[in-house]
Design a protein around this ligand. Structure first.
Ligand code: C2O
Ligand code: CU
Ligand code: CU
Length: 505
């Protein structure tokens, strides 16, 4: 590995932030921004993002319109923060889809900057996948989007339609901005939202539902005195030498937001709740546990990134890296009224050791349960299913974040998997890199030569790759042919070119 002197210094700084001086684990690879405000904890009620309403329902699809715009909202209880949000909210409205029922989402851009929207976890045709150079520009945007990387994408002025076939398992997906070089600052400002897909099999399960089915979009941010979001640099040429300087490792905030408010509190009944945990942070990893009294409540995992597990698995903690989703059921039964249960983050320091709080305020009847069988039984993929093997090495090289020693080239491609085949992909790393693959869902085969973590089961699209570790996955290429990408989901690494294309042929 070759590191520049500057890189070494910067990355040594990251190790310190990671706590205990250990490089091997902690909040990830990044550097902490410190807020000038200290919002109170566990006071603000947990908001649930609004559900997007279709503007039109036709025989073929449900049509939605989301407008990206500037808004002043309460991320903090006592001051407004200027954000960039889908429909001016943080997170944006939740798209609720049903398996097999296509969705057409018109994204209108009323922001001062170009955008590209990606449905993370979506089995989406390539031209709707939110390729980083497929830009939607604001009205009269000038200059024309720089084609500094040699591959002009599709450019739409003001608005465009994204086609989501929804031909995939019930799962919690999320959508977010994916603009070339600027995903970090644009997601940080609020360009993210959820997409929840259901299917008849899932609907028939006796899982907690409605107000007992809570999406929890977790992200860290840092604020200035006046409530504005801090970010090292909002809008500069990212490939200029020294751009974002010491924050090349990733940006951590010291305020934890859940569904767009700082450290919320949620009143619950003494019953089961389904928590859809989503890590929408730019760089921060969490080790989550639910603490009540002196003990940790079991978290019964029912789903992974891209669908339900075949059978539930009980954990007392789960590591969630940026981009990942975990679907768990927790049970507040048997806790006396007045009990407070805190969702804690063992990887945090100071305020980031806590995420949110649940307060048991009433008893209620519970007709939900977690059945022994969830998704239809499906034998797990094995190495015998893989038609080929490939390695993708995620590494800091000569001052840049690279994949297989290359900077991202929008016109290039590192692999050409065949449609409807399975491949073994081996991810290797120097630092923490949450590796995400578009289109293909995968199963984690091994981590550092051993079994993956107990929660890394089922269908996934993002995996926590830790320093100097090898993670093997079995990826299934299904749904569409065309150009897709894999990349590091530490958004600062992504913006610093830690991405690669592959072509499904
Ligand atoms: Cu959630 Cu290509 O990203
Ligand atoms: Cu994605
Ligand atoms: Cu990375």
């Amino acid at each position: 590995m070759s590191l520049t002197r500057r890189g070494l210094l910067t990355l040594a700084g990251a190790a310190t932030v990671a706590g205990c001086g250990r490089l091997s684990d902690g909040p990830g690879t990044g550097r902490l921004l410190t807020s000038k405000v200290h919002p109170p904890r566990f006071v603000t009620p947990l908001p649930i993002p609004a559900t997007a309403r279709p503007v039109r329902v036709t025989a073929d699809a449900d049509h939605y319109v989301l407008t990206q715009r500037v808004a002043d909202v309460n991320l903090l209880p006592d001051r407004k923060t200027r954000i960039w949000g889908y429909d001016g909210t943080f997170p944006g409205p939740t798209l609720r889809g049903r398996r097999g029922r296509p969705m057409v989402v018109t994204i209108r851009n009323e922001l001062p900057v170009p955008t590209s929207t990606h449905l993370h976890g979506g089995v989406t045709p390539p031209d709707s996948d939110g390729f980083p150079t497929d830009l939607t520009t604001p009205r009269g945007y000038s200059p024309a989007p720089p084609v500094q990387h040699g591959a002009p994408g599709q450019v739409h002025e003001i608005s465009r339609d994204y086609h989501y076939p929804m031909a995939q398992r019930a799962a919690t997906l999320w959508y977010h901005d994916h603009r070339m070089d600027f995903t970090g600052p644009q997601v940080w400002r609020g360009l993210l939202g959820l997409c929840v897909i259901t299917d008849p099999r899932e609907e028939a399960l006796p899982l907690p539902r409605d107000e007992r089915d809570l999406p929890l979009v977790i992200c860290d941010r840092a604020f200035d005195e006046d409530g504005s979001l801090q970010y090292p640099s909002q809008d500069m040429a990212m490939h200029a030498p020294g751009a974002r300087g010491q924050f090349v490792t990733g940006v951590f905030g010291d305020v934890i937001l859940v569904n767009g408010v700082a450290w919320p509190r949620h009143e619950v009944s003494g019953v089961r709740y389904r928590l859809r945990l989503v890590n929408a942070s730019n760089a921060r990893r969490y080790r989550l546990a639910l603490r009540a009294g002196g003990r940790r409540l079991p978290m019964i995992q029912i789903g992974s990134d891209d669908g339900l597990l075949s059978a539930p698995i009980t954990h007392t903690e789960i590591i969630v890296t940026p981009g990942e989703r975990y679907d768990v059921v927790v049970d507040f039964a048997g806790l006396p009224i007045g009990t407070e249960a805190t969702l804690v983050n063992d990887f945090g320091t100071g305020g980031t050791t806590e995420v949110m709080r649940f307060a048991v305020v009433r008893q209620a009847t519970d007709d939900s349960r977690v059945p022994d069988r969830l998704a239809a039984a499906e034998p797990p993929l094995t190495t015998a299913d893989a038609v080929t093997e490939r390695q993708f090495d995620f590494r800091y090289d000569e001052g840049r974040w690279t994949v297989n020693r290359r900077l991202y080239d929008p016109a290039g491609s590192l692999a050409a998997p065949r449609l409807d085949t399975v491949e073994l992909w081996r991810f290797t790393s120097d630092f923490h890199h949450p590796v995400h693959v578009h289109l293909a869902h995968f199963q984690v085969l091994s981590r550092a030569g051993r079994s993956p973590e107990p929660w890394e089961t089922g269908w996934k699209d993002t995996v926590d790759v830790r320093p100097y570790e090898t993670v093997e996955v079995l990826a299934k290429f299904a749904g569409h042919r065309g150009k897709y990408m894999l990349h590091c989901h530490n958004l600062e690494h992504e913006d610093m070119a830690m991405m690669a294309n592959f072509d499904v042929v």
